[in-house]
Design a protein around this ligand. Structure first.
Ligand code: KDG
Ligand code: MG
Length: 402
């Protein structure tokens, strides 16, 4: 099955998505997500200029060899732009292989290990009462796991709280918005949220929280300890993780489970965290960590160390990434949870898909491939619009982590 053509489709049905479509001499086509929020055109150019010319004429079945060719062969390894571009090629090739086999992708990855993929939704509110009502709404929709974020008194905005409850979109302006951050105000408030949630909903639902990289290691340890009575499913991105050894300090102080990795691109970014069991869930995704081929390698490595997968699934990862992720999560032994931030109706119409939500779980469907398509005519109606993620400053003006 020879690759005859590949093209990059950029579309903005409310937010930007970059999709790679690979076509073959057998008349089959495969799709891969290449979306890197706020840096979309860098990946599009990497694909068009540097990867697509190397693909034409290759055997689409040689997924591993093509992965190695694009990774080792480039000399320049790793990084979000490179790995998202490689991921798009890899995902499209797995889609093609499964279509050629006439099987849903999870069958090629080892078959079904579970009946559905537990997902968590995003509850958020301007204050604790509104967040608690939102948690209730998610539980009524059937969710078994809910992430809870709340506005902080004295802060104009914070990560994870938005006006639009179902479709949170932080890339909100054609130049970065500037937010202000106070660690003191945040640390004083967040434990109260989980106290209220446990009082109201008991210990049945899984509750999660995303710090979004804003604390230092010792502050993160303090928060983890304060949250212990409320038994979180996980505390996410408690501190930036470039220096993986920082997590030793957090781990020494708290038994609150930790999740990290949505900004990681390779196994090397998470090696120490996993090897030393400094985290409980690894959040790398199909699109930002080299596709199915590399994410499966991360999952296998994590499984050896009792770390489970908790893939990133914000709206800036397209339905193509979600479809592929659900197939992987259906097959692997060490699945934990999948984030599921719903896409808008416009996005769903551009990307018709087979996956379905029921009773707190997503089901990947059984059509051959990963089960996600693109309506190119509809996609063409939504031209690219530059959009940036915000930046964050401390109250004295110091640039901080968003
Ligand atoms: O593009 C950035 C978002 O994907 C990120 O802010 C979302 O932290 C996030 C999450 O956990 O979904
Ligand atoms: Mg996050």
């Amino acid at each position: 099955m020879k690759i005859t053509e590949a093209r990059v489709i950029v579309t903005c049905p409310g937010r930007n998505f970059v999709t790679l479509k690979i076509l073959t001499d057998q008349g089959l086509s495969g799709l891969g997500d290449a979306t890197l929020n706020g840096r979309e055109l860098a990946v599009a150019a990497y694909l068009t200029e540097h990867l697509i010319p190397c693909l034409i004429g290759r055997d689409a079945h040689q997924i591993e060899d093509i992965w190695q060719y694009l990774y080792r062969g480039a000399y320049w390894r790793r990084g979000p732009v490179t790995m998202s571009a490689i991921a798009a090629v890899d995902t499209a090739l797995w889609d093609l292989k499964a279509k050629a086999a006439g099987m849903p992708l999870y069958q090629l990855l080892g078959g079904r290990s579970r009946n559905g993929v537990m997902v968590y939704g995003h509850a958020n509110g301007r204050d604790i009462a509104e967040t608690a009502d939102e948690v209730q709404r998610y539980l009524e929709m059937g969710y078994l796991a809910v992430r809870a974020q709340t506005g902080i008194p004295g802060m104009a905005s914070t990560y994870g709280v938005s006006g639009d409850k179902m479709f949170y979109e932080p890339a909100d302006a054609s130049l970065p918005t500037e937010n202000l951050w106070s660690t003191e105000k945040y640390l004083a408030h967040v434990p109260k949220l989980f106290e209220v949630l446990r009082e109201r909903f008991g210990h049945g639902p899984h509750l999660l929280h995303d710090v979004h990289h804003r604390l230092t290691p010792i502050e993160a340890a303090r928060l983890g300890k304060a949250l212990e009575p409320h038994h979180l499913f996980w505390l996410e991105d408690a501190t930036p993780a470039e220096n993986q050894a920082n997590f030793r300090l957090i781990r020494q102080h708290t038994v609150t489970p930790l999740a990290v990795g949505e900004v990681f691109n390779t196994l090397w970014d998470c090696k120490l965290l996993v090897e030393e069991q400094l985290i409980d869930y690894i959040r790398t995704t199909v699109v930002h960590a080299g596709g199915i081929t590399h994410l499966r390698r991360i999952a296998d490595f994590a499984a050896l160390h009792n770390v489970r997968m908790g893939c990133h699934g914000a709206t800036d990862l397209s339905p193509v990434c979600m479809g592929a992720s659900l197939h992987l999560n259906t097959a692997i032994p060490n699945f934990g949870v999948q984030e599921y931030m719903r896409h808008t109706a416009e996005t769903d119409a551009v990307f018709p898909h087979d996956y379905r939500f029921s009773n707190g779980r997503l089901h990947p469907g059984d059509t051959p491939g990963h089960g996600v398509d693109i309506d190119e005519q509809r996609a063409a109606q939504y031209p690219y619009q530059r959009a940036f993620l915000p930046v964050n400053r401390l109250e004295d003006g110091t640039l901080w982590n968003w």
